[in-house]
Ligand binder design. Structure first.
Ligand code: GUN
Ligand code: ZN
Length: 430
């Protein structure tokens, strides 16, 4: 057993429904085989376990591991393609890079870079958009397995309107998805997600094949994009004879509590009702929405309709792996929306990048906060003492103020250590 002595901030109770930030100083978390077995005042926990190792983390702040509910593995080398709206960006920035993953050696390198990028940014669980190539999806699962991360991913499928080397057929999409799932679903901390890229690039027959795979793979997840860009939304309505965008997924059995749809910047009220009733979750990806000029996320509407919302970095439409940056950008967008926006506190932001993500991915029994019974997935924020963030935390008025400074100024470089299931996956060289 190991005892971690720290100031711990987390949000076991949802601040969107009355919960508040839980902030406890100089407490101890006892961790055994990756699970938190005790939590309380240091002296009390220590008295129960006088001979166990103590890791002293009092010179920083301990947070739950971050959860990225939407991030593209083949796009790490495409981050930074600014200045184009979605469909142009896909054609000229993202998809030429994605096509390179046809090469298995290339894909294996990208997979390692990608998993490393996530863990170094404090992400301990993720729903990952895979590749159009089954061999590259295997490469991702292999890298994820080595890292210990909780990764849910799958084969991305499309059968129209993208470059030809990324297209498949409904039959092949079904067969390859089912055989990848047979290899990876439920293996260690890995799970399979049926992944139609977006209804724009998927015929009704392909969505039907995805629906069949989703039904046939035990306990599968489903992820895609929805209502991201106004041109894309209009094209989907045309391609599906006026159907709503959310309706294209619902009509093929792809919408339930295991579904996570990215963006949803331009939903109708009727679509928000369907999402709410189905218990599907939405991955809000604010740096991507700003980079691609997609629009400002209507968080108030999602909350009003009871739609579950979590956060994604959407690398490479998004600008990097930092969920702290996504939290700050979410705050900026809601602030710019003024009366139409939601006033987000640091507790809301922390909840969105931890517990809400774990909830969207069905991991709330294991992750999302640092309560007894949860896995020790944690991030230790310990900036250089005299950096603006180091100074800010030292002089913070209270823990909520310290958390605000972490969101305002924190970067992956300020995360001195990261653990998954009690195993260190990042440690600063001292
Ligand atoms: N819609 C379909 N594919 C993509 C993608 O790769 N990134 C984003 N942001 N939206 C998409
Ligand atoms: Zn995306």
């Amino acid at each position: 057993m190991t005892i971690y002595r720290a100031t711990v901030l987390d949000t076991p109770l949802d601040p969107f429904t009355g919960g508040v930030l839980r902030a406890e100083s100089d407490i101890a978390l006892a961790v055994s085989d990756g699970t938190i077995t005790a939590r309380g005042p240091f002296a009390t926990v220590r008295a129960e376990a006088p001979d166990d190792d103590v890791i002293d983390l009092r010179d920083g702040i301990l947070l739950p591991g971050f959860v990225d509910t939407h991030v593209h593995y083949p796009q790490i080398r495409a981050i930074g393609g600014l200045g184009k709206p979605l469909l142009d960006w896909l054609e000229h920035s993202a998809l030429p890079e994605e096509a390179k993953l046809h090469d298995e050696t290339y894909a294996a390198q990208v997979a390692d870079e990608f998993v490393h990028g996530m863990t170094q940014a404090g992400t301990t669980s993720a729903l990952v958009f895979g590749s159009h190539f089954a061999t590259a999806v295997d490469a991702l699962f292999r890298s994820a397995e080595r890292s210990g991360m909780r990764v849910t991913s799958g084969l991305v499928v499309s059968d129209r309107l993208l470059r030809a080397d990324l297209l498949t057929t409904p039959e092949r999409a079904y067969d390859e998805s089912v055989s990848l799932a047979a290899r990876w679903q439920g293996h260690e901390r890995l799970r399979y997600a049926v992944t139609p890229r977006f209804s724009y690039s998927c015929s009704a027959d392909l969505l039907e094949a995805c629906g069949a795979a989703y039904k046939d793979i035990d306990n599968a997840w489903c992820t895609s994009h929805v209502n991201e860009n106004v041109t894309e939304v209009a094209e989907v309505a045309r391609l599906f004879d006026g159907s709503s965008y959310v309706g294209t997924y619902q009509d093929h059995g792809l919408l339930d509590a295991h579904t996570v749809l990215a963006h949803n910047v331009h939903p109708t009220d009727a679509e928000l009702d369907i999402l709410s009733a189905s218990r599907a979750a939405v991955a809000h990806c604010p740096t991507s929405n700003a980079s691609l000029g997609s629009g400002m996320f209507p968080l108030a509407g999602h909350l009003k309709h009871g739609v579950r919302v979590a956060m994604g970095t959407d690398v490479g439409g998004g600008t990097g792996f930092s969920l702290l940056k996504e939290g700050l950008q979410a705050y900026f967008i809601q602030s710019l929306l003024r009366a139409q926006g939601v006033s987000l506190t640091p507790a809301h932001l922390l909840h969105l990048i931890t517990a809400a993500g774990a909830d969207a991915l069905g991991l709330r029994d294991q992750a999302g906060d640092l309560s007894v019974g949860k896995q020790f997935d944690a991030v230790f924020v310990a900036p250089e003492r005299n950096s603006p963030l180091g100074v800010g935390i030292r002089h913070a008025a209270d823990p909520e103020d310290a958390l605000a400074k972490i969101f305002a100024m924190g970067t992956p470089a300020d995360l001195a250590r990261v653990w998954i299931n009690g195993d260190l996956v990042k440690q600063d060289v001292v």
